[in-house]
Design a protein around this ligand. Structure first.
Ligand code: 26V
Length: 817
């Protein structure tokens, strides 16, 4: 059944909202307006806003029950949400009302909103995608639940001390969380360990009974997620781990005060902290406990909801779709089988049919070191029944292939669920693949590479399963909220229709690309954002930058494949060129970097240090005369992204082709009218198609060429440096300690390593990158052409809305719209 039409107005006027805020301040926060701190006001405003969400939430929930709309469950270990106050007010259409109401109380909403801590329950693109998807599902009226973990501590705070990254604990819950509802009654037991017994049931069938060694409780916390214009309100349900008992009274009474709470500490550690490494390095027991914990709670919860309405679990796939965000929730394949067979008494074959019908899996990376595998021994110890089920799935899969005449031992080895080479390990990607009816990649190129590399054999066996769903972003956060000035300019020319349906209306902006007055306004709003960012740079790191200079920005996790190093090599090359020929008409430029490195990723941390060493040297060199400035902004997060992205002139998307699955910041920058300098990688390829290659600065080897170079056996970074003076000079300067006089050999290892094994072909792409950067300067000198391209970028980004992506998931994978 289709959802109700969009747009339900929130009915509240300025006086009512002001009264509501005052009531919350008094009765919920317990403060009188005279003595309230700014944070008290934040809480009162959030609670007043939340009341409006709740009304719609209840209506929507009731309506879904009535209409029996198909449900979608988005399982993700990460939701990188950011702040919610302006998002909620804006989506409910009461942002201006709230601002005016607070003005009357002498409270500045734009100051108060900064007090909300970011909900940073994710590492980067994968977690942010989940947050964009939640918002789009509410906007489109998909009846969705997000399921994840309510980490007590989100992604670490990054401090930069003497140029080095230092990780600090993040405490987003210190002042409470006004958006969530604790549901102490929604609780499920989650078990670990123990053993499995074969027993006869009353009908004489052999049944496997899991006798666990340990059980904890999962408690639900719900956050309403409101769509554009309050279209619908879905639920993000996050699980918190609690011990079965809060205190072991016997031990306590016996004087063992620490022992009495030991179980509590062990149980609660499951939801204590987000794993900061991107994916598998975190190959530890606690990570697997987290994965199983939230998967089991979520599956128990959704089966209960299903059985509230329908008689049998056999019909689950008809009424529910479960999307696994990467392999992190892939233990769901075995857990759903266990629940269906052991608890709900389905036959194995019936259960398998339901499982494959219901589950689907999104892959987000091809990097071999990032593909999850778990040691068989660990699985047997922690989840003995699941390990049995995995063996059974594998046997059924391999036997099936043999029956069909496949006896090729190499093929059977690669498609097996068990990897035998490096100690026996369970391949979670293969498990997710076999247990799903749909496996999708996140950009066209990435999906092609999935078919031809990691999943090539499975793809041959199940050719219809792999499909593409190119990522998208929610325009509500990344344009309307992050860049209200640009948004107003769009509405001015295109009307309110552009807000409700940017996918179809943004394009009409093309008509203004050559309009001189509009170009001027476009440049003015950019300058305004750049001035604001310049203030942030000044406040946070004490570097003065000229807002009129070209803002050249690379913000994302620090990874070798993303090649921040290539950008730094260009920075140094530019620096040397300015020093060598100061009389040339250099375009003033500010290189802006931000991003976190995984705590154990030494090379990435060294790259942060190098950025800061280069920044200090260049920023303090008087011969540069301010023509080049470098700023590394600490603690990149969603909120900082909202300040940086609208202020960018140039967006750096320069990964080694074939390595960035999609990228999503590329889309955020493009939507805000920054021009992209990038490789033909991830969704840059689709951007190129929609924006026109002439409106981007594309450079470097293609994915095919990268592979050919790597496997041709004749690629040598040494050779590249030998044939490029520019590259050689840059490497020698860094190697020789020009940027690290306090420790001249700091970067010798880095440079030597690069020259001996340049895994990500930094040197191979250097010259082509340099030329592309020269073209950037050339275009910047022709403002009419620059701003024409910028306007065309914004005008042509409509397809990259996550509403489009979600519509594709909903119609093609979930059958839920
Ligand atoms: C994980 C690891 C772990 C070990 C070291 C290297 C490494 C590199 C990358 C990853 C990524 C894990 C999954 C992930 O976050 N993928 C991102 O997903 C985004 C949303 O689909 C996509 O836009 C990014 O391109 C992709 O990197």
């Amino acid at each position: 059944m289709s959802p109700e039409p969009l747009t339900r107005k929130v009915n509240v006027d300025v006086d009512e909202f002001r009264t509501a805020v005052l009531a919350k301040l008094t009765y919920a926060v317990g403060k009188d307006p005279e003595h309230a701190f700014d944070h008290d006001w934040f809480e009162a405003i959030a609670l007043a806003a939340r009341d409006h969400m709740v009304d719609h939430w209840m209506d929507h929930t009731r309506q879904i029950y009535r209409s029996q709309q198909k449900r979608v469950y988005y399982l993700s270990l990460e939701f990188l949400i950011g702040r919610l106050l302006v998002d909620s007010l804006s989506n409910m259409g009461i942002l201006d009302i709230a601002r005016e109401a607070l003005d009357g109380l002498g409270v500045d909403l734009d100051k108060i909103r900064l007090l909300e801590p970011d909900a940073a329950l994710g590492n980067g693109g994968l977690g942010r995608l989940a947050a964009c998807f939640m918002e789009s599902m509410s906007t489109l009226g998909v009846a969705a639940h997000g399921y994840g973990i309510r980490y007590e501590h989100g992604l670490f705070r990054q401090a930069i001390i003497d140029g080095w990254q230092q990780e600090q604990t993040e405490n987003w819950l210190d002042f409470g969380n006004p958006w969530e509802f604790e549901r102490p009654e929604v609780i499920y037991p989650i078990s670990f360990g123990g053993h499995v017994e074969g027993t006869m049931d009353s009908d004489g069938n052999l049944r496997q009974v899991w006798r666990p060694g340990e059980t904890v409780r999962a408690v639900a916390y719900d956050t309403p997620v409101v769509g554009w214009k309050g279209a619908s309100v879905n639920t993000l349900r996050l699980w918190r781990a609690r011990a079965m008992e809060d205190l072991h009274l016997e031990r306590f009474n016996a004087g063992d005060h620490l022992g009495a709470v030991a179980d509590v500490a062990r149980a609660e550690s499951i939801s204590r902290v987000l794993y900061p490494a991107d994916s598998t390095e975190a190959g530890q027991e606690l990570r697997l406990r987290q994965e199983y914990f939230f998967v089991s709670a979520s599956l128990q919860d959704l089966l209960r909801r299903h059985l509230n309405v329908y008689e049998t679990v056999n019909s689950l796939g008809e009424h529910a779709a479960i999307q696994m965000n990467d392999t992190h929730p892939s233990i769901a394949v075995a857990e759903l089988m266990r629940l269906l067979v052991d608890i709900h008494q389905l036959s194995w074959d019936e259960a398998w049919k339901v499982t494959v019908e219901t589950l689907s899996y999104t892959n987000h990376t091809l990097l071999p070191e990032a593909l999850e595998t778990w040691p068989v021994g660990l699985m047997e110890r922690m989840l003995p029944r699941h390990m049995q089920i995995i063996y059974l799935i594998n046997a059924q899969h391999i036997d099936g292939l043999r029956e069909k005449g496949t006896h090729d031992i190499d093929l059977l080895r690669t498609v097996s669920l068990i990897e035998e080479d490096h100690g026996r390990r369970v391949r979670m990607g293969n498990l997710a693949f076999l247990g799903s009816h749909s496996i999708n990649g996140v950009s066209a190129l990435h999906t092609d590479l999935m078919r031809s590399t990691v999943f090539s054999d499975l793809n041959r066996l199940y050719p219809e399963r792999i499909n593409n769903k190119t990522n998208g972003i929610t325009f509500r956060r990344w344009l309307y909220q992050a860049n209200p000035k640009l948004t107003a300019m769009l509405v001015d020319k295109l009307g309110n229709a552009v807000l409700d349906d940017p996918e179809n209306n943004l394009k009409r902006l093309e008509a203004f690309a050559d309009d001189a007055a509009y170009q001027r306004r476009f440049a003015d709003q950019r300058l305004h954002s750049k001035e604001a960012l310049a203030r942030i740079i000044q406040e946070r790191i004490g570097v003065t930058v000229d807002p009129k200079a070209l803002f050249d920005v690379q913000v994302k996790r620090i990874h070798e494949y993303k090649r921040q190093l290539l950008n730094l090599l260009h920075t140094v090359a530019l620096y040397q060129a300015i020093r060598a020929t100061p009389e040339k008409p250099w375009v003033p430029r500010v290189k802006i970097f931000a991003g976190k490195a995984a705590a154990s990723y030494h090379q990435a941390k060294l790259i942060i240090k190098l950025s800061n060493d280069i920044a200090r040297t260049i920023n303090n060199d008087p011969t540069v005369r301010g023509l080049l400035k470098v700023a590394f902004l600490p603690n990149y997060n969603v909120s900082l992204a909202e300040s940086i992205i609208p202020a960018a002139d140039l967006s750096e998307q320069i990964s080694t082709a074939g390595y960035e699955a999609s990228g999503t910041s590329n889309m955020k920058f493009g939507l805000n009218g920054a021009l992209t300098i990038g490789t033909m990688d991830g969704a840059n390829v689709e951007m190129c198609e929609y924006l026109g290659r002439e409106n981007m600065f594309i450079f470097g080897l293609s994915a095919d060429e990268v592979e050919a170079r790597k496997h041709g056996g004749d690629y040598s970074a040494h050779q590249e440096a030998a044939s490029s003076h520019r590259l050689n000079d840059v490497l020698q300067a860094i190697r020789g300690g020009v940027f690290s006089p306090d420790d001249p050999s700091r970067y010798a290892g880095l440079v030597d390593g690069l020259l001996s094994y340049d895994r990500f072909l930094v040197c191979a792409d250097f010259e082509s990158y340099w030329s592309a950067q020269m073209k950037v300067e050339e275009l910047w000198r022709h403002p009419k052409q620059w701003w024409r391209s910028a306007i065309l970028n914004t005008a042509r980004m409509g397809w990259f809305s996550s509403d489009r992506t979600i519509r594709e998931y909903a119609t093609e994978i979930w059958k839920a719209l």
